[in-house]
Structure formats: C-alpha cells, structure tokens
Design a protein around this ligand. Structure first.
Ligand code: SAM
Length: 238
C-alpha cells in the first residue's frame, strides 16, 4: 500500500518510520510512504504557504494554491487516490477504518498546521476528513502517523504473526485478553495456571472469556456492537 503524505514539516516523519515494524514493512515493500513538503509547491521568493484569515481574527490559514499544486503535481488531475484531510472536525478514526483502508492500494494524507486550511481545500480537493480524537493538536503530522501505523498493522505480512492484528483490541469490538510472560512468579504474583497447561483449547476459551469480561468492565459500549455467540453470552453470565 502506498501513502503519499503532504506536510509543512516533513522531517517529523523520519524517526517514526525508520524504526521497528514500520521500517521492516517499508524494507519488505509491503508499504511505501512518500512524504512531500507542501512548501516546495509554494510560489514566490519566500514560498509563502499561509496568510492571515479574511475577516480578521488570530492565527494563520494554509493557502489553497500550494496545497492544490502539491497534490495535483504528485497525484494528477483529478488525483488518482482518495485524499484524506486530517482535522479535528472529521469523523473519529476507528479500528474498522484501519481495516477498511488496509484494503485499498493508495491514499494521500494531508496534514494541516496553524488555524487549519482555506475552506476551498476541504470543499474541492479532499475526499474524506478524519480526526484521531476529540482534542486539538498543533499539526496533522502525528494524526497522519497514527493512520499509517494503524492501517499498516492490518496489511497482510506487516506483523510477524499472521494473526497478530486479529485478536487486537477493537478488532472485533472487544478488548484483548491479558498477556503474561516470564517469569512465572514475579514478587509472588503468579501467571494464571491455565496459561502453563499446554491445553490450547482451554487457553483459547480462557482468553475469550477474559476478553469479554474486560470489555464488559471497561467498555460496555463496545459489546453492543460485537458479534457475540451463545457461548459468549454464557461466559458473560458466569
Ligand atoms: N482551528 C482548527 C479547528 O479548531 O478545527 C484546528 C487547527 S489545528 C491547531 C492544526 C492542524 O492540526 C489541523 O489542520 C489538523 O491537520 C491537525 N489536527 C489537530 N487536531 C487534530 C485531530 N484531533 N485529528 C486530526 N488532525 C488534527
């Protein structure tokens, strides 16, 4: 899958993309991330990308020309893939979105700064508006990295374990079961015996129950959307 990212601060992406799972995914050509500096597409000696808002008020607004030129210059007219605007005004990104985006071959992510964008970018260029939560950040770079990371985990081969994302929290509107690793006994706190039993059917059953209980305790709202079997309901009633 290819991500074309448009930003005024492209250097922000380097460290995160050059580490761990995402780096391996890039090296294995499972994902490709091209980060484009919007300033390169701004005209004039000073490459101005933002101006004060018409009507007055504080802050600066990102100008339409450099953003249109950058996206059309890289992706053509009309652009060859969906253009996602990162904005606190968009619909809130979920694991379902991450799974759905992972099925498409190419997306563009547009990162804002300052007070945000000239409205004509929203109206005439972007195809989707996404927020990563109900709070306001300084720029769209962290949200873009959040999308790249969450989407990539759902691309086949990116995680070492092929079923890695399947049990993740939110994958089926459930939270994941608890994990334990060595040592078996840490300060008197012991690993649940069932996990040491070697009985994979019993372990799977225990994990399912833990996942259901944990979701019930912490996020009962999710359970309303989860596809539960009769056996799951029986576990919850215990
Ligand atoms: N004035 C804007 C508003 O109130 O809607 C907020 C602008 S914010 C300071 C600058 C940029 O950060 C936005 O254009 C957007 O790209 C990004 N941003 C901030 N919070 C975000 C969020 N929760 N989700 C996605 N992007 C966000």
């Amino acid at each position: 899958m290819k991500f074309d990212v448009f930003s005024l601060f492209p250097q922000v992406f380097n460290d995160y993309l050059n580490s761990s799972i995402l780096l391996k995914a890039i090296e294995n050509q499972l994902i490709e991330v091209a980060v484009h500096d919007i300033r390169d597409w701004a005209s004039g000696k000073h490459h101005v990308t933002d101006e004060p808002p018409y009507g007055g008020g504080g802050g600066m607004v990102m100008k339409p020309e450099p953003v249109f030129h950058a996206i059309e210059g890289v992706l053509g007219v009309p652009p060859e893939c969906p253009i996602i605007l990162l904005t606190p005004q968009g619909r809130v990104f979920t694991q379902k979105d991450a799974q759905n985006f992972a099925r498409i071959p190419h997306v563009a992510l547009l990162c804002g700064r300052y007070e945000g964008f000239d409205e004509r970018i929203r109206q005439h260029l972007v195809t989707d508006e996404i927020s990563i939560g109900d709070y306001v950040l300084t720029g769209g770079e962290l949200p873009a990295l959040v999308l790249i990371d969450a989407i990539s985990r759902n691309i086949s081969g990116v995680l070492g374990d092929p079923d890695g994302a399947q049990d993740d929290s939110h994958a089926e509107n459930l939270l994941e079961y608890p994990h334990y690793t060595r040592p078996e006994n840490f300060r008197g706190w012991k690993v649940p015996e069932i996990l040491l039993s070697g009985n994979h059917a019993l372990i799977a059953d225990w994990r399912r129950e833990q996942s259901l209980r944990r979701t019930w305790e912490r996020r009962p709202d999710l359970l309303e959307k989860a596809a539960l079997s009769a056996a799951d309901y029986a576990k919850l009633k215990k």
